[in-house]
Design a protein around this ligand. Structure first.
Ligand SMILES: NC(=O)c1ccc[n+]([C@@H]2O[C@H](COP(=O)([O-])OP(=O)(O)OC[C@H]3O[C@@H](n4cnc5c(N)ncnc54)[C@H](O)[C@@H]3O)[C@@H](O)[C@H]2O)c1
Length: 446
């Protein structure tokens, strides 16, 4: 750890408040992803496993010139909260504690759960704020009752304050790991803080459960990252509130299996000016997420998030000859025997020189929650860092983690994984007063 981590670091114009005390990580939705993240972090801090897939724990960052040989670990470069200082909590609409929920999710083997069983079982969810019409496949029993959505927000705020006090945490962050909700088009109620607050009092049906958590978190100055494609925090009133109160917000939808592959491959095709006629993606999965997505209204939310990726990446308007006829289709099939061990197939119809057609087939036997858990960890640590660096509102530098990155209105999202990675690392360099890396490299030859 850097020696100066206990002092405020002053870099350029960015002052980063030091980490001190404990960081509470609140997880609305304690299912497969959330419990795989919590259990994994507990194993890592006991030295029983490696945090594979986490940029903050495994990644490095180059500083200065290539000849300088300065490539620290990310976690030694920026003053992140150490894993030992994380305290976990959350909400769910089922009362299962984290151990039971992890067992039901069936992601981690008993050999991984046994050493941390007692620590995990101490984490029990607070009752969820839940409106059944948002996720019709769930019959939540462990739920709050409130006369209005405004009152529901107040109850969540009370939970946050009680958690802060009980665990004596210095700061909190929240990462939504709850289910994908029905599709909601932003309307008038989402346009301003005053209208949204009126809508909360009036029980406006276009305000879903996840938006209540997001609103409560922002009001409590708790950074909020959204791992699902839900609207949650991606509308003008929430952006404004987050900016006013200097609270980082980010989303939407963790970028894991098939979409991760898309944002790795498509930038490569585009860089080489190879054309695409079609990209058909289908997958089977059998976890609770798959069951929820089996409902057409919930699938629609996920579909919009998955489809948007190629649209922005390939930019067919600027490349009509290469991508003007591109047909993109995405399917998800709920198939219980697979559990969390998803299988995703892609058929890519591409073409090269003189228009000659070619095909690529991908069969990705992945594990959904194993891919998502390290993203929860990175987001929790980086959102907290962002808040200590005084960043409020939409955190576009965290697009790296999302299928459908939030951006300012009028600004298209950057979906290319490699540009996203550069943006994230340059943001860290900027925070710490290091030179940004442009990859120009003329000075090596002058
Ligand atoms: N695993 C991945 O690779 C991946 C990738 C991208 C996005 N996601 C999204 O992450 C989320 C979590 O995925 P998962 O596999 O853990 O799903 P899961 O079904 O195992 O867990 C979701 C949990 O959220 C709870 N929940 C639903 N509504 C709630 C509410 N209003 N308040 C509190 N709890 C609520 C459910 O009871 C459930 O326990 C889903 O929205 C999923 O679409 C997952």
């Amino acid at each position: 750890m850097r020696e100066d981590q206990n002092r405020s670091s002053m870099s350029g114009n960015v002052v980063i408040e030091p980490h001190r005390g404990k960081l509470g990580v609140l997880l609305p939705g304690m299912g497969a992803v959330a419990t795989t993240f919590v259990a994994g972090t507990m194993l890592v801090r006991r030295g029983l496993a490696q945090p594979i897939g986490s940029l903050t724990q495994m990644g490095t960052i180059r500083l200065g010139k290539r000849t300088d040989d300065r490539v620290p670990q990310v976690r030694d470069f920026v003053p992140l909260a150490p894993l030992d200082d994380l305290v976990f909590g959350g909400w769910d609409v089922f009362p299962d504690g984290a151990l039971e929920a992890a067992r039901k999710a069936g992601v981690l083997e008993e050999s991984h759960l046994a050493p941390i069983a007692s620590e995990l079982s101490e984490i029990t969810p607070m009752p969820g704020a839940f409106y059944p019409e948002d996720v019709r496949r769930l019959n939540g029993t462990h739920v709050k009752r409130a006369a209005s959505k405004a009152e529901m927000v107040e109850q969540i705020r009370d939970d946050i304050r009680a958690f802060r006090k009980k665990h004596s945490v210095d700061r909190l962050v929240a990462v939504w790991c709850g289910s994908t909700e029905r599709y909601v088009i932003p309307g008038e109620v989402h346009e301003s803080i005053a209208r949204f607050e009126r809508g909360l009092l009036d029980n406006d049906p276009s305000i879903t459960s996840s938006a209540l958590y997001a609103w409560a978190c922002i009001k409590e100055r708790v950074p909020f990252a959204n791992g699902a494609p839900n609207l949650s925090v991606d509308f003008p009133a929430a952006w404004q509130l987050a900016r006013d109160l200097i609270v980082p917000v980010a989303g939407k939808d963790f970028k894991t299996g098939q979409t991760l592959m898309k944002t790795i491959l498509a930038p490569g095709f585009k860089a080489r000016s190879l054309g695409l006629n079609g990209w058909f993606s289908t997958n089977i999965l059998g976890n609770r997420d798959g069951e929820v997505l089996d409902d057409a209204e919930n699938f629609k939310t996920k579909e919009a998030s998955k489809l948007g990726v190629l649209e922005h990446l390939l930019d067919a308007k600027r490349y009509p000859a290469l991508y003007g006829k591109m047909h993109h289709k995405v399917r998800i099939e709920y198939y219980p025997p697979r559990g969390d061990a998803k299988e995703g197939w892609d058929n890519i119809d591409l073409f090269g020189w003189l228009g000659y057609p070619m095909q690529i087939k991908i069969d990705f036997l992945c594990r959904d929650s194993i891919l998502a858990a390290p993203l929860v960890l990175d987001l929790a640590l980086l959102m907290d860092l962002g808040q200590r660096a005084g960043l409020g509102g939409i955190q576009e530098w965290l697009s790296f983690y999302f299928k459908s990155p939030m951006t300012r209105p009028g600004l298209y999202p950057e979906n290319d994984l490699f540009i996203q990675s550069m943006k994230l690392k340059n943001t860290l360099r900027w925070m710490m007063g290091e030179d940004l890396i442009t990859h120009l490299g003329r000075d090596y030859y002058d």
